[in-house]
Design a protein around this ligand. Structure first.
Ligand code: PLP
Length: 396
């Protein structure tokens, strides 16, 4: 018999797998061009040409025993220095290589840091709706999730509620900005208020509460929106970043953690994070990708195609009468389901529309649509959405 912990985790991740299988089933019946799959956050746009060139150049001009060899568990020192300097230029920080730990994507980074921070029974605060994998990452290390609801309607953070959810056992709060699944961006005033509330709560409790800033969507912010850099607001911040979304590289598994020198127990945390990276089975982030992304740090993410998709989907769906949150970042649209969530998701499937139920983000009554798809797919899906809207009595 396998571990009970894994039985529970496998069950909780079955919804996304079921959606994937449903997509394949529908494609076999109707043809893949007639299935409108809005379920996966898998960028449909190619990685920048500069990144592909950088991979080729690294292979051409770097000693193969270096490119394909082991390195310090935190990553190549020169890559970490380049990342630190890039962040310093953008955010006015003073990071060095000793603050940057290269990771196997954002997921790898979160697991590394949660492994470092959590004793069994320690708590981590998450804000619902949230990326459901957080639950598994936290339970991996015997941690306990404490869920705080986002503000109704706006899906912004309620700083007082987050602080109130913290107790002696709270090790961390996870904030994801821009947000998956809502597409909301938390502005500087919200982050400032959260920082003040957490600072006060730390003082009251006499503990350290680390804010884990999960930022795989940092570069995907529309209309010139600012995504505040949380280490500039709250001292005990650890940042998790990945190039999965900004450079369309989710399969390559490359990202980093920023562990600022100013955080409580920096030395202990840094050393333990390097060990954690090794013993969780990653050993180090992929070497070729480390060297390639370091050459592309000034590459600007072209978000114009996502932006057009965002407008097309939001305008199309709201015109049909669907209630949606105006997305300001990431590539997700958050929609209120008219009527029962399950019935709506099932009805959508009958029209070959694959949406992720809000309950997959711990908030039933909503659906998430990933618009990192081809523009043509959005345009061609509109008649199906129109039929769905009529079925649920929306519109005129
Ligand atoms: N955090 C959030 C909010 C995400 O949406 C995702 C991926 O979809 C991740 C973390 C994991 O990112 P990565 O693929 O870089 O591990």
């Amino acid at each position: 018999m396998i571990s009970e912990r894994m039985i529970a985790m496998t069950k909780s991740s079955s919804a996304i797998r079921a959606m994937f299988e449903e997509g394949m089933r529908l494609a076999a019946i109707h043809g893949s061009e007639n299935v409108f799959d809005f379920s996966l956050g898998n960028p449909n746009f190619p990685a920048p040409a500069a990144l592909n060139r950088a991979i080729a150049q690294v292979l051409e001009d770097t000693d193969p025993t270096v490119v394909h060899g082991y390195m310090p568990n935190a990553g190549f020192p020169a890559v970490r220095t380049a990342v630190a300097e890039n962040l310093n230029a953008r955010f006015g920080t003073a990071f060095t290589a000793e603050n940057i730990l290269m990771t196997v994507g954002a997921a790898g980074g979160l697991n590394v840091i949660l492994n470092v921070l959590l004793n069994p029974g320690d708590e981590v605060v998450v804000i619902a709706p949230y990326f459901l994998e957080y639950g598994n990452y936290i339970r991996n290390f015997g941690g306990v999730l404490r869920v705080v609801q986002a503000e109704e309607g706006t899906f912004q953070i309620d700083p007082a509620a987050v602080a109130a959810a913290c107790n002696e056992k709270t090790k961390a709060v996870i904030v994801n900005n821009p947000n998956n699944p809502t597409g909301v961006i938390y502005p500087a005033e919200t982050i400032r208020a959260l920082a003040e509330a957490l600072e006060a709560r730390q003082q009251e409790l006499g503990t350290s509460i680390y804010l884990l800033s999960d930022e795989p969507y940092r570069e995907l912010a529309y209309d010139g929106a600012d995504v505040p850099y949380i280490p500039c607001f709250y001292r005990n911040t650890i940042v998790g970043y990945s190039w999965s979304k900004s450079m369309s590289l989710p399969g390559e598994r490359i990202g980093y953690l920023v562990i600022p020198s100013e955080i409580d127990d920096y030395g202990l945390i840094w050393d333990a994070a390097c060990t954690s990276n090794r013993i969780l089975g990653f050993v180090n982030a992929p070497s070729l990708l480390q060297l390639a992304v370091a050459r592309c740090l000034n590459e600007k993410t072209d978000i114009s195609a996502y932006d057009r998709n965002r407008q097309a989907l939001y305008n199309g769906l709201t015109a049909l009468g669907f209630e949606c949150v105006y997305p300001r970042g990431a590539f997700y649209l958050w929609m209120k389901t008219p009527g029962d969530e399950k019935a709506f998701i099932e009805a959508a499937k009958r029209h070959c529309l694959l949406l992720v139920p809000g309950s997959s983000f711990a908030m039933p009554g909503y659906a998430r649509l990933a618009y990192c798809v081809s523009p043509d797919r959005i345009a061609r899906s509109m008649p199906a959405f129109a039929q769905l809207a009529r079925e649920f009595g929306l519109g005129k």
